[in-house]
Structures are given as structure tokens and as C-alpha cells.
Design a protein around this ligand. Sequence first.
Ligand code: IPD
Length: 277
Amino acid sequence: MADLWQDAMDHAVAIARRAGEVVREALQDDRKVMTKSSSVDLVTQTDQKVEQLIIQSVKYKFPTHSFIGEESVAAGEPCVLTDRPTWIIDPIDGTTNFVHAFPFVAISIGFSVNKQIEFGVIYSCLEDKMYTARRGKGAFCNGEPLQVSDREDIKQSIIATEFGSSRDPEAVEKIFSSLRNVLCIPVHGVRGAGTAAINMCHVASGCVEAYYEIGIHVWDVAAGSLVVSEAGGVLMDVEGGAVDLMSRRIVAANSRTIAERIVKQIDSFSPLRDDAP
Ligand code: IPD
């Protein structure tokens, strides 16, 4: 049977590649930095330009589809997931990396129907790695199938996480407390690529066993959630139970055993939801 969303997925891959060219070209120029929710929550004109490029091209081809885009939400558009076909876009995941030319920068596009992610496309544009996942059909990097790591012993694992962009002292305290708990399990190491999407691709690729973070947004993790699950991984809330992409909390791991062990170490908190009125 023909895949209803294949055309949309092909378009997502093509537009992510085009967006990646724009990002690479912009790295040659001066990058004018602005701030959003805090002095360390950065945005550039390239984030806004790339988001418009993606939205305009999708609107032209799929005029009835909806959008949740990081920069559109920052500009006041609603962040509500309905049953309609919805493109969930992070034009530059790793904006701070982009500003500093730290070499992990991704274009992340998740596509949801009936509140279920149907496909995810993440283009790590400085590495030229195109990660794709289609629900029920596996996850790939540049066409090669992805499989999570089979390490079940957390003491032999690498865990990815990020410090995020909140500098609220209570949140920072909890982030450090969780990090100390994880590090002192002990694990082999803790890493962070500076982009949630690429951290999740690393879980899917098997080079890290788990990624967790509190404070991410739906556009950071929509595509990555499918890439991880289609590579055989597991998603969980930081307190256990089902992940809720609007809750700004996620654990993505190679297995339930590792995910549950991470959950035990996390000093959790609840940032304002993405879909809060
Ligand atoms: C950020 C990155 C970062 C994570 C933040 C995200 P942005 O996304 O994914 O790794 O720690 O929580 O907001 O702002 O670069 O799109």
C-alpha cells in the first residue's frame, strides 16, 4: 500500500538539505545574535530566515497543513498540537553552537498526525548527516539503518545531557544534582552535543546509551523521538511513565533498563509546558 506521507517526508528531506546550505553559508558571515527568554537563550536572523524558508515551501506544497515552529512561537504563534497534519520545526537546533561555530548544528523537522509522529528528519548540516525515521519503517543515517546500543549495564555507558538555557538557581541546582547522581553511578562518561536533536541521533546510532534533559521544547525533540524509537530505543518521562512531548522533559535510551535507571537519578522539576495557555 502506498505510504500516505511519503511525499511529505521526501519534501522534508529536500527542504532540510536546502536549509542546511543556508546555515553553512551563514557561518561564513557575521552572525547577529539576539536573545529570547533569557540572556543565554539565543536566536539569530538565520534561525528566522530558515524557519520561514521551510514554512513557505511546505505551505506552497501542502496548503492545509499546520505548523509549530520555534521562531513562530517566539513571535507569538500558538504552540498547540491538534490532530491535523502538523510540521514541528526547529530551524536551527543548537543555535548557541551555530553562533560559536561549534560543529553540531541541526535542522529538525517532525511531522505529526492525530498527535502521533509519522516521520522525523534531522539534518546535522555541518557533518552532512541526514537522519530520517518513518513510523514503523526504521531509522536511518544517510540511508544506513540505525540501531541503538545493546549495553544493558549503565556502568559501561555514556550518557548525554545538556545544561539548557535556564539560569534559574533552583533549576540549575536540580540539573547539577541529577548530573552528579548520573556521573557517580558511575558511568563511563557524560557528553552533550549542544543540540537535543543530535543527542537523540547519537542514542539512535548507538554511540551513547541515553540522553535526558528537562527544559527542552517540543521542536527540539519531536523528530528525534521517532528516530530513537525506530532505532529500537525507548522514550520515557523523567519521572517514569509515558513521555509527553509538550512537557519539556525527556529520557531517550537504548533500553527500558537504562531509561529506568536514569529516571532514578533525576532530581525532577516541571518547567512551564509548551502548550500552557
Ligand atoms: C536547544 C538545544 C540545547 C538544549 C536546549 C534547547 P535551540 O535548542 O537543543 O541542546 O539544551 O534545551 O532549547 O535553542 O538551539 O533550538
